[in-house]
Ligand binder design. Structure first.
Ligand SMILES: [Zn+2]
Length: 245
């Protein structure tokens, strides 16, 4: 019943923009780093995931990241990623804004994609600017060095203490402000500035729908709230909607 209400909202309120967080990728076997059992409960992010830690000891940070890159390289998109890509092709989703760095939206076929925390697609040299694609970084592990100048590369994901990519945040803000519906999937909306995007949509007269396991600070302002898994919910959503808007 609630998925049908969500489908009604998606059909009626175009353009619909989707905002995804770690919760959409847990079904692909990628753990939510911020969950109570997640990586940041075991490893101090100040020691392994800040730009300062990287600048002081990039080898230690790569030792940590490298193990996770292997896992990300073998992860596959799930029904949630696939349903969003399909809804984009059918004209129901204008764009996907994601906090995830795992490339699974792209692999599932999403095209209008804004990655506000960067991605593992490339690593870069902070000295000479050489950019190395993911596939070429993997064989260089455990510590990938710049093929041009030899400095340790930095993954192009946003580390703690780094600014978010300005162009991506500007585009995400613009999309959220113009959306008639912002559909949040698998994000607890705790990390700013992404957590501010629902306010942009609401201020512009748009509606909010939330699919997330566990509460968010915006639940009371959401027109539809589904406490469920991303994969099954989005698959059901896609099957409730007509072929075209
Ligand atoms: Zn270099």
């Amino acid at each position: 019943m609630t998925v049908e209400r969500l489908a009604g909202l998606v059909a009626a309120r175009q353009p619909c923009v989707v905002l995804t967080g770690a919760g959409i990728s847990t079904e692909s076997g990628i753990p939510d780093f911020r969950s109570p059992s997640g990586v940041w409960a075991q490893y101090d992010p100040m020691e392994y995931a800040t730009i300062d830690a990287f600048l002081v000891d990039p080898v230690k940070v790569w030792d940590f990241y490298g193990k996770r890159l292997d896992m990300l390289a073998s992860a596959q998109p799930n029904d949630g990623h696939r349903a969003l890509a399909e809804l984009e092709r059918r004209g129901f989703v204008q764009a996907v804004i994601t906090q995830n760095i795992d490339l699974l939206h792209e692999r599932a076929g999403s095209r209008a994609l804004i990655e506000v925390h960067g991605s593992i697609r490339t690593s870069s040299c902070l000295d000479c600017g050489t950019v190395v694609p993911f596939d070429e970084v993997l064989p260089l592990l455990p510590v990938p060095h710049c093929p041009t100048c030899g400095r340790v590369l930095k993954p192009d994901v946003v580390m703690f203490g780094e600014l978010l990519p300005e162009a991506a945040i500007a585009r995400a803000t613009e999309l959220a402000a113009e959306a008639q519906l912002l559909l949040v999937v698998g994000s607890s909306l705790e990390v700013y500035p992404v957590a501010g995007l629902p306010l942009e949509t609401l201020a512009g007269g748009g509606s909010l729908a939330i699919v997330n396991r566990g509460p968010t600070q915006f639940d009371a302002r959401a027109s539809v709230r589904i406490d469920g898994g991303a994969g099954e919910t989005l698959r059901a959503l896609a099957s409730c909607l007509p072929e075209r808007p």
